[in-house]
Each structure stands twice: as C-alpha cells, then as structure tokens.
Design a protein. Structure first.
Length: 246
C-alpha cells in the first residue's frame, strides 16, 4: 500500500484504464452516465472516489458539472491528463468525511467503491457525508456487488475469479466480520508477485439502514444501469436513495 495514495498508488493508477473489464465497455459507460445525468436533472454531481474519471468525464460531456473527491493523487493525475479531465474540480481526501463547497443534485459511488471503506462506521459516515452534500430532493447512488457467499464451498472461505498460467485471483471472505479481500498472484519474468486489497462487503438491507441513519430513503433499486429488475439472482445492484424535501 502506498502511504499517500492508499491501495490505488502509482502502480495501480498506471494500468487502471487499460483494464479489459466490463466496466470499461462503451455501452456500460454510456448507460452509467445517462442514468446519472437523468438524476442530476440540470444540477451538479459529486463523485465520491472519482479515480481516473471513467464516469466523471462522460458525465461532464453530457453537460453535468462534476466535482470529485479522491484520496489517490496518482489516480487523479490520470484524470487530469485526459481531454476535458482538467476541467473537473477534484478535492484530495477521504470521501467518507471530506466536505466540499456547494450542494449537489446527485452524489454517487460506482463499481464497488463503498467497499473500499473497510468498517461499518466508515460506511455509515460516507452516507452522512453524501447526505450533507445533497440539496433537498437530491439523490445518492451506489453501484455495488452482492456478496458471493453462495459460491463458497462448505467449510471454505475462498472464491477464485481468475485462473491462468501466469495469473491467479481470488477473494477471501470472513463471514463473521464481513471483511473480505481481493488477492492477486502474477508471474512476471519468472518471478511471482502478490497483491492484496481489503474490502468490507455490505448487503442491500444494511445499506438501506445506513441511508435511514443519514436521513435518506430508498427511491429505487435496479440490477444495473439499464434499470433491469433487481432479483434474488442479481449479482450487483444500483440503488438510489433520496433526501426528502422539507
């Protein structure tokens, strides 16, 4: 872990946008930006954990003023290097507690970023921070995976999600504490390298309670950005909580 940038230091930032994962597919990015622009409804957006601007840049192109918060200067440097990226205001800090000026129509956390907060207390603080930034009627949006505990074999706590001759990746779960980690072993030039990133998984119902503690109420929940129905078989959800008007 980089002391200044946490788990998203220069090495991670340098390769982040080269991922071939689903989240970088143009259709996914467009659906995400369209969803958030619709909620912004002409107002401002606040991205918690803005990173390299994967979502912020296309959202800004839709005419939505975006402000971001992020701990990693290395990730934000990649945002700044992108066309139009240097026009997006970013505050360096912990998105669970850092405040910025102004109020927003929508605040959002995408791609499991809520789980980067590794205690329940930090996750509750994040909801309160988001709520404090919202104008009345504004919305807080989270995209996060459903914990894959159903894939755990009896008596085991490891779920592999990538296996190749040179790379192995697996999640480790502690069901007593909801602590989890994503672990990567990679062979580069004949040498093995290991990296581990901690998370705290969280259930939809627990997020709803955090929202209530922050004065928000659930408005809608979907399987993804295209507003497919959320079911017991969904592997993730996009949830929207609303700050009630006085």
């Amino acid at each position: 872990m980089d002391e200044a940038d946490g788990y998203f230091g220069e090495r991670v930032a340098a390769a982040y946008d080269q991922s071939s994962g689903e989240m970088f597919e143009p259709g996914v990015i467009d659906a995400t930006a369209d969803f958030l622009a619709d909620l912004a409804a002409g107002g401002q957006a606040l991205e918690l954990g803005i990173g390299t601007g994967r979502v912020a840049v296309p959202l800004a192109r839709r005419g939505v003023p975006v402000h971001g918060i992020d701990l990693s200067r290395a990730m934000v440097a990649r945002l700044r290097a992108k066309p139009e990226g240097d026009a997006i205001d970013v505050t360096i800090g912990d998105f669970a507690t850092t405040r910025v000026d102004g109020t927003f129509s929508v605040a959002y956390l995408v791609f499991n970023t809520i789980m980067n907060l590794t205690t329940q207390e930090e996750q509750v603080a994040c909801f309160r921070n988001a709520a404090a930034h919202l104008e009345p009627g504004g919305c807080f949006v989270i995209e996060v995976a459903i914990p894959e505990l159903r894939r755990l074999p009896a008596g085991q706590n490891v779920v592999p999600f990538q296996v190749s001759p040179t790379r192995w990746a697996f999640d480790i779960y502690d069901v007593a504490t909801q602590a989890t980690s994503s672990n990567y072993v990679e062979v580069v030039d004949g040498r093995g390298e290991y990296r581990s990133i901690p998370f705290r998984y969280v259930w939809p119902s627990e997020l709803d309670l955090m929202a209530r503690l922050a004065g928000l109420r659930l408005r809608e929940r979907w399987d993804g950005w295209t507003r497919a129905s959320f079911t017991s078989e969904s592997r993730r959800h996009v949830s929207v909580w609303e700050k009630p008007a006085p």
